[in-house]
Design a protein around this ligand. Sequence first.
Ligand code: TYM
Length: 332
Amino acid sequence: MLDEKKVSFSGVQPSGNLTLGNYLGAIRNFPEFSEKYKCFYCVVDEHAVTVRQDPAELRRRTYETLAVYIACGLDPEKNTLYIQSHVPAHAELAWILDCYTMFGELSRMTQFKDKSAKHADNINAGLFTYPVLMAADILLYQSDVVPIGVDQKQHVELARNIADRFNQQFPGTFTVPEPVIPHTGSRIMSLQDPLKKMSKSDENENAVVRILDDRDAVIRKFRRAVTDSGSEIRASVDKPGITNLITIYSCVTGRSQADIEREFDGRGYGEFKQAVGEACADLLAPVQARYRELLADKAYLESVMKNGAGEAAYYARKTLSKVRRKIGFVNL
Ligand code: TYM
């Protein structure tokens, strides 16, 4: 715990245009922590370079991701919003934690297995040790809670194990963090293959709704969404396509699954898909309007980055110097 408040930490990679999955599973939930917690929300550009990025695009997306944070309701006055590479303590702590993480643990990370299959020509060491950098992000701020979608749960569990291992040798060093995963929306699926997670890097644009897609694109993508055989609007394991749409509609409208099934009883897939598309477009419209204003003001975004980095570095330094002292590094 820092000061008197508990701490919330989360991050998003600026590695592609953010998706409805990123929004419903994570970013939308960040602002509700702002009152009760001291909040750090980071744009994790160091994570993004574990796969090849076009430098100009990475730079542009870093600004865009920060603008999306603010447009989604994160007030820079109430939250520390910053860019990971502006605070070198992340990379420094990651090196130390590398030495407290086992090869076997990292080999079991499902995201490493997926990403190394996808980028078989570039299975670099960073891709392998990525979860340690993520543990450093979290532990550096003595975070109590980490709001995430379900795909990041294994990484937060690893961060807990690393913290426990370190604390065993050096008691009281790190707060052991808890993942916070929303009841609905923690795993939004692809609109073209509902057995696969909706992912920023999907090559099929119809599979992914982007936070910044215009109204027509959002509605068109939902209209083209793959659904299952039959015509009933009912969530079940043998109907992954319609189940995903019901989940999205439930997240967007705040209504229960049962309520949605009742409303659309006897109505066709076409009508339901149209309703989901319109509801999503309505939800995203104000975020997009605010985003456009923010992106037009680069100087403002840079001032947020600077303030955020200064504040984050202050807290990060406290933990890092404690760690350095405990493990026997000479502090000058
Ligand atoms: P990233 O950038 O892939 O995703 C950002 C957040 O969005 C969630 N998410 C989803 N939720 C529901 N359905 C989906 N289809 C979906 N896709 C993504 C993710 O779970 C995540 O919460 N390694 C992290 C970034 C990170 C981080 C951290 C997160 C770096 N350091 C420290 C928390 C704490 C990542 O790649 O997220």
